[in-house]
Design a protein around this ligand. Structure first.
Ligand SMILES: [Zn+2]
Length: 168
């Protein structure tokens, strides 16, 4: 069965490449994705139907809360973290083949306790070295990191920061 990826905000922010047709997350994650590039990637995945934003019934959140507290681990999970883990848990209960993608150590650790398959983006061998450059939204002129203005000196359009991967 095709893997259904359960994506944390860190998956988008750290450059997780969507290759599967089945990806999902919870509504709370949406608010955590703020930078331009991650946001663009998030929105286009939703628009293309590759990413489904799914809410989780309280019953699963309660069950997850119970399992976590029984583990005896002192875990500092935010409510959206718990919700995301609950989504993965719910899908597993439905017999789905899931993998939770997060670079958050606490989420990874909880996944381990709950026997939810998980993977990081940055922590895997695909770690890249990133740099920023500034690009004009209008004429696409590229500026160095040290260019001090928010608008393009040629066309006056807004300049956005773009993360680029530096290949070794
Ligand atoms: Zn320009």
């Amino acid at each position: 069965m095709e893997i259904c990826y359960v994506l944390d905000a860190s998956a988008f922010i750290n450059g997780f490449q969507i290759t599967s047709k089945r990806n999902c997350t919870v509504p709370e994650i949406t608010a955590e994705i703020k930078d331009f590039e991650s946001r663009l990637k998030f929105d286009s995945a939703v628009n293309e139907g590759l990413l489904v934003i799914e809410d989780v019934p309280q019953v699963y959140i309660d069950e997850v809360g119970e399992i976590i507290s029984k583990s005896g681990d002192v875990l500092r999970l935010s409510s959206q973290d718990v919700k995301l883990i609950s989504l993965a848990y719910m899908l597993m209960q439905r017999g789905e083949n899931v993998k939770l993608i997060s670079d958050d150590y606490t989420i990874q650790n909880t996944s381990k306790i709950m026997e939810i398959p998980y993977s990081g983006v940055m922590t895997k061998g695909i770690r890249g070295i990133y740099n920023w450059k500034k690009v004009c939204e209008g004429c696409k002129k590229e500026y160095g990191e040290d260019y001090p203005f928010d608008d393009c000196e040629i066309c006056g359009s807004r300049i956005f920061k773009k993360r680029i991967r530096v290949n070794k």
